[in-house]
Design a protein around this ligand. Structure first.
Ligand SMILES: NC(=O)c1ccc[n+]([C@@H]2O[C@H](COP(=O)([O-])OP(=O)(O)OC[C@H]3O[C@@H](n4cnc5c(N)ncnc54)[C@H](OP(=O)(O)O)[C@@H]3O)[C@@H](O)[C@H]2O)c1
Length: 199
């Protein structure tokens, strides 16, 4: 299984640090040449591989860590997305519901990546918290996952465990997933809730 993080801003860095802590290789890409952020990637860890967007989208699992408005640009980087799993970390806060055709933002994002299985996740914590070692207070920090594909949710759940988090599956995107969706001026009720699993 190969992994990539698309977007290497605050959330991209936090995710990269989680991969580095766990010793799992992950590519990172932005719109820029890889050389421009290679030193930054190296400072996080040896398993963080700076690359181009065109190379990064060849991974099996892609974390979408760009602003919501940039997801269309990322979607143009591959002709189709069959067989890939996209982890949608974007928050569409400020995007009017009518611009999303009234859908949950992740369903809207999913449409832009035909053939991909989409899992909403890792998006409910501010970057400074996501950045921290998830082993805290005698337990593991919770990440919420939601997907209309049970297999993809299980796959990302297993990855979240490998990264040290305690995943909680909320169900489908338009069901439990709404608890971690942002759109318009509304945040889902679980967004910003920093929970620790003591199991
Ligand atoms: N910050 C938070 O606390 C937080 C918490 C939860 C969720 N989120 C969500 O996570 C996402 C990322 O947030 P952030 O705070 O990390 O944003 P950010 O710091 O602005 O980083 C965005 C990254 O995306 C890259 N990028 C932009 N357009 C791109 C494209 N077409 N292809 C590839 N890379 C592209 C940017 O690099 P270049 O422009 O240099 O190419 C930059 O590295 C957002 O959707 C946000 O809502 C953020």
């Amino acid at each position: 299984m190969t992994y990539a993080i698309i977007g290497f801003g605050k959330i991209g860095h936090a995710l990269a640090r989680a991969f580095a802590r766990s010793g799992i290789e992950v590519s990172v890409a932005t719109t820029r040449e890889a050389e421009s952020f290679a030193a930054d990637a190296a400072a996080i860890g040896l398993t963080i591989v700076p690359t181009t967007l065109a190379e990064a989208v060849k991974a099996d699992v892609l974390f979408l860590a760009v602003r919501f408005e940039s997801h269309w640009e990322v979607a143009k980087a591959a002709p189709d997305w069959k067989g890939k799993t996209i982890v949608d970390v974007t928050n569409a806060y400020g995007v009017p519901p009518e611009e999303l055709d009234g859908k949950p933002s992740s369903m809207f994002v999913e449409q832009s990546f035909p053939g991909a299985k989409l899992v909403k996740g890792f998006n409910h914590l501010v970057a400074d918290i996501l950045d921290q070692d998830p082993t805290v207070h005698g337990g593991r920090r919770v990440v919420f996952l939601a997907s209309d594909d049970d297999g993809a949710a299980a796959e990302i759940g297993a990855l979240a465990e490998s990264l040290g988090f305690a995943p909680i599956n909320l169900g489908g995107l338009s069901e439990g997933g709404l608890l971690v969706q942002a759109r318009g001026r509304a945040w889902g009720r679980l967004i910003f809730k920093d929970l620790i699993s003591l199991e």
